[in-house]
Design a protein around this ligand. Sequence first.
Ligand code: GMT
Length: 377
Amino acid sequence: MDRLLKIGITCYPSLGGSGVVATELGKLLAEKGHEVHFITHSIPFRLGTFQKNIFYHEVEVNDYYVFRYPPYDLALANKMAQVAKMQNLDILHVHYAVPHAVCAFLAKQMLNNDMKVVTTLHGTDITVLGQDESLKDLIRLGINESDAVTAVSQDLIKETRKVLDITRDIDLTYNFVDKRVYYPRDVTDLRGDFAKPDEKILMHISNFRPVKRVGDVVDVFARVSQKIPSKLLLVGEGPDLPKIQAKISEMGLEDKVRFLGKQDEIAQVISLADLLLLPSEKESFGLVALEAMACGVPTIGSQAGGIPELIQHGKTGFLAPIGDTKTMAEYAVKLLSNEVMIEEFRAACLHRACEDFCNNTITDQYESIYYRVLDRK
Ligand code: GMT
């Protein structure tokens, strides 16, 4: 067995998929015996209860009156260096190039040891911030100075090369789900609270940012509900929520749509659904579709970013061009009106989530990247 490591992890502790992946990875590494140190501004929301081998170091920012903007990035870099020195970290694994990879680079300059930096790209740092001329060179620096860089889809690797003109190696490490948590839950009792026995449940879960195109979710549902008795459950909160609420009223769909707000027990919530809708404009991976897949729920989505690497069109869901709500609705009707097909899709979802995106496989991939950079002289 390879030696056990001391690993620092920095992520956005309260942010969607990237925070979930970083935290779950840390927990799994700790279970394998590695010592994991989270270095973040608040406790990662999925960290849960006390667990052996996990430590948390809070980044505090002093708000001196001379600063117009409190320097979080500098405080983070300093904390990274302090923790690395005190704990003798082997690896600092940062999620997101800005500011985390840049802070890690700075921290490394402050140290006099062999600590290695691994950066995982999640999407927004490339597809949105990478276009910003005021940040582009800095993002490129963070990526090029990392000892290893990983990205969550082939599409994101391609985008990173294109947008930032990056030529270095980038490892592909897909997002994963913990199969001990994500499996079809028995929600028979709960289901009755949301839909009648003959109704289907369509679901959308996101942070309601414009990039998620939640308006398309409503348009797809409006078409589907004309053909199939159904309900739409919207899970999450975000900037587009008021607009979506207004749209639902204008379309007279209030009786068919329920807002569940933010939810923690995602496996339980997803298990209520017959279908997940993910019509995003951009999506480097689409973790929620994987969470649904692991609970046996197929996705109807857009062909954006990494979604086609996750959802196999005609097997574990259906994909259509971004904004093509008519086609998405046709696929949804086709699936929901054919019980045999639904069962086949459910089985294919469970199989694929377990085989290709299982926690053990992806954790092993990250581990071997750590050992590879540590062995490199
Ligand atoms: O999609 C978001 O708004 C949240 C964002 C994040 O940082 O959590 O998600 C990104 O990272 C996830 C984890 O790797 C991916 O599953 C999402 O596809 C990606 N979002 C985008 O690319 C828009």
